[in-house]
Design a protein around this ligand. Structure first.
Ligand code: PMP
Length: 353
């Protein structure tokens, strides 16, 4: 007897990067930050009283929303918080797209969760092929018949970013369609559209604490947008989970957000290592598009991404590869600490000999 629904049997779920615990790895496969979160996070955790956890947290994550609103220069009514930006993105599909509508438009090579969410919520997808240099074909997107867009900026897994002016022109040119800008990696690029949400009611910007704030284990992300869009996300949340942001998470993320000096410094370190690592990879003959993220997309002709992944894994270094057209010629390497990057460079030299 198979108790699974037809939908559960048919769906192809998202595959997350490996989280292996069998040995110590240099882990450059899930775009985590090599630096610890702000010291203020440890202070909040030390102050947290277990007794407080008897109570449910705030259903609207009000404390964190206020902190995010201050940080983004908007009002709390313009902020929604969820259990990772994955959850925020998931809720955005049923909030803004109809099953019988024209669909959600996104690139062929982008964050593969969009495709899973569209399938799960029964929303048609309109796929636009990236240009040969991995940049997004915004003209083709503009021309697509769809209800709205998902644009990962910078894109994953390529790392390619689109500047604010170009994105603004795009958002302004499609006033009847919603544009969801997934800015998971934006802090490493510095061209966020968040301030423009005040000007464009069709723009929703989604961000995360997982990458630049070093809090992937906390599971928290947020959206910034017009109050009507945020109310739509709340409607979906309240059909699914009343309390997606727990009490510890709220306090931890608010503290991390307020330590701007620490954030600026760790982001700058990652960016400088990204540029150093890219230079080394280019010297080794890799093709590496310029990245605005905390990872690099590196391909080396005849060597498949899987081959490089396998050899690095034997040496205790994890990177990510995909067995899909185009992507299979590349692997995605998260920028680690200087020592981790040195170890990677050394191993790559010996693999490529
Ligand atoms: N968007 C993109 C483009 C990502 O790569 C990721 C991380 N896998 C996410 C969103 C989700 O991150 P999180 O759920 O940790 O906030």
């Amino acid at each position: 007897m198979d108790f699974l629904s037809r939908k559960a049997r048919a769906i192809l779920p998202y595959t997350a990067g490996e989280q292996l615990r069998d040995r110590a790895y240099i882990k450059l496969n899930t775009n985590e930050n090599p630096y610890p979160p702000s010291p203020r996070v440890a202070e909040v955790l030390a102050r947290t009283e277990a007794d407080g956890l008897r109570r449910y947290p705030r259903p609207d994550a009000g404390l964190l929303r206020a902190a995010v609103a201050r940080h983004e220069g908007v009002l709390p009514e313009n902020v929604f918080c969820g259990n990772g930006s994955d959850e925020v993105l998931a809720l955005s599909f049923p909030a803004f797209f109809d099953g019988e509508g024209a669909g959600a438009c996104f690139a062929d090579l982008t964050y593969s969760f969009y495709e899973v969410f569209a399938a799960f919520f029964g929303i048609p997808k309109k796929i636009v092929t990236l240009k040969a240099d991995f940049s997004l074909d915004l003209a083709a997107m503009r021309a697509a018949d769809c209800q709205g867009y998902y644009i990962a900026n910078p894109n994953a897994p390529t790392g390619v970013g689109i500047g604010r002016a170009e994105m603004e022109a795009f958002v302004a040119s499609v006033p009847q369609k919603i544009v969801i800008a997934d800015e998971a990696y934006m802090d490493f690029f510095g061209e966020s559209l968040a301030p423009l949400t005040k000007k464009y009611p069709n723009l929703l910007v989604v961000k995360t604490f997982s990458k630049s704030y070093s809090l992937a284990g906390m599971r928290c992300g947020y959206a910034v947008g017009d109050a009507a869009l945020i109310a739509g996300l709340f409607r979906m949340k309240d059909c699914f989970n009343s309390y997606p942001v727990d009490a510890v998470c709220e306090a931890v993320c608010a503290a991390a957000l307020e330590d701007e000096a620490y954030h600026t410094e760790t982001v700058a370190r990652v960016v400088s290592e990204r540029e150093r690592l890219r230079g080394e990879l280019l010297n080794m003959g890799f093709t590496v598009p310029k990245s605005g993220a905390n990872f690099l997309f590196a391909g080396r002709g005849a060597r498949s991404g899987k081959e490089i992944y396998t050899k690095l894994k034997e040496a205790g270094i994890l990177v990510r590869f995909w067995d899909k057209p185009v992507l299979r010629d590349f692997c995605r390497i998260t920028v680690g600490s200087p020592a981790e990057n040195d170890a990677l460079i050394k191993q790559l030299h010996s693999i490529l000999l």
